[in-house]
Design a protein around this ligand. Structure first.
Ligand SMILES: Cc1cc2nc3c(=O)[nH]c(=O)nc-3n(C[C@H](O)[C@H](O)[C@H](O)COP(=O)(O)OP(=O)(O)OC[C@H]3O[C@@H](n4cnc5c(N)ncnc54)[C@H](O)[C@@H]3O)c2cc1C
Length: 236
C-alpha cells in the first residue's frame, strides 16, 4: 500500500477562519501558526474551521475490501480506478491482490489463496477469449483485487476517519491506511493533528482492552510526501 500526499494547503487557513469569526480580517497566511489557539477553539466544539484545510491523496495497492470500507466515509471526495477500463490482471506486478498476513503465514491457507487467484486469472482469460467485456468479467474478480484512488478529505473529516479507523475495532488494512495518512497530514499540518490521539488513549467507551497507537508499523518507507507499507514478502 502506497500513499502520496498530492496537495495540501497551509494549515494557517483554519486560524484565519477562527480569527475572521472574531472580527480579525487581515491575518496573513505567512504569519506563524498559533497551534494553541486552534486546539482550544476546536476543543470547544467549533470544529468547522478545520473544513477549510483539504488534503488530496493518491492511494495504490489497497484491496477492494478496504476501498469499500473507506468510501463509507461520505464527507470526502473520491475517484477510483474503474474495473471497466483497467484490467488488474494485466498489471505486470504479480502482487495484483492483497493477501492478509494470517493467510501468508499459514502454508495451507496460502496455497488455497494462490490457487484461487490463479483460477481468477484463468477465468478472466477464458472470458476474454469468449468476447466477454471487462465490465462483465469483472464480476468474477476477488475482493482481494488491488485498486487505486485519489481522495480529498478535510481536516475535520480526517479526525472522524482516524477516530473510527485508528482503533482496534477497525480491520488491519483500513487501520494501516489511516495510520499512514495520519503520518502524512501530521507531518505537514501539526497544529491540526499533532495533539490527536487514538480513542483508546482518550478513554473509549467500548473499553475493549486492546489499545492501538498511531505509530506506523515496521516495513514502512517514507520518501518526502510519500509513504509505503511493504508486506513482509516484499521486503529485502
Ligand atoms: C469497526 C467498524 C465496523 C463497522 N461495521 C459496519 C457494518 O457491519 N456495516 C455497515 O454498513 N457499516 C459498518 N461500519 C461503517 C460505519 O457505520 C460508518 O458508515 C463509517 O465508519 C463512516 O463513518 P461516518 O458516517 O462517521 O463518516 P462520514 O460519512 O464521513 O460522516 C461524518 C459524520 O457526518 C455526520 N453525518 C454524515 N452523514 C450523515 C447523515 N446522513 N445523517 C446524520 N449525520 C451524518 C455524522 O456525524 C458522521 O459521523 C463500520 C465502521 C467501523 C469503524
Amino acid at each position: 500500500m502506497k500513499i502520496e500526499l498530492l496537495n495540501h494547503p497551509n494549515e494557517k487557513l483554519a486560524e484565519i477562519a477562527i480569527k475572521m469569526c472574531r472580527g480579525k480580517k487581515k491575518i496573513s497566511l505567512s504569519e506563524a501558526v498559533n497551534e494553541e489557539l486552534i486546539r482550544r477553539v476546536v476543543d470547544s466544539g467549533h470544529e468547522s474551521v478545520a473544513e477549510h484545510v483539504n488534503f488530496t491523496f493518491r492511494i495504490t495497492g489497497l484491496s477492494r475490501v478496504t476501498s469499500h470500507q473507506f468510501v463509507r466515509h461520505r464527507i470526502a471526495s473520491y475517484s477510483q480506478e474503474s474495473q471497466r477500463y483497467s484490467d488488474p490482471l494485466e498489471v505486470k506486478d504479480k502482487y495484483w491482490a492483497v493477501i492478509p498476513d494470517s493467510i501468508q503465514e499459514n502454508p495451507e491457507a496460502k496455497k488455497l489463496a494462490i490457487d484461487f487467484l490463479d483460477e481468477s486469472i484463468r477465468v478472466r482469460k477464458k472470458m476474454d477469449e469468449l468476447g466477454i467485456k471487462l465490465e462483465d468479467s469483472r464480476y468474477f474478480l476477488p475482493n482481494a483485487t488491488k485498486t487505486a484512488m485519489v481522495v480529498t478529505m478535510n481536516a475535520r473529516t480526517l479526525w472522524n476517519f482516524f477516530n473510527f479507523r485508528i482503533c482496534s475495532r477497525a480491520q488491519w488494512e483500513i487501520r494501516r491506511l489511516a495510520k499512514l495518512m495520519y503520518y502524512l497530514v501530521n507531518d505537514v499540518a501539526p497544529a491540526l493533528f499533532s495533539w490527536w490521539t487514538p480513542r483508546c488513549e482518550r478513554g473509549c467507551p467500548e473499553k475493549c482492552g486492546d489499545p492501538v497507537s498511531n505509530e506506523i508499523e515496521e516495513g514502512t518507507i517514507i520518501t518526502g510526501k510519500t509513504i509505503e507499507y511493504l508486506p513482509k514478502d516484499k521486503r529485502d
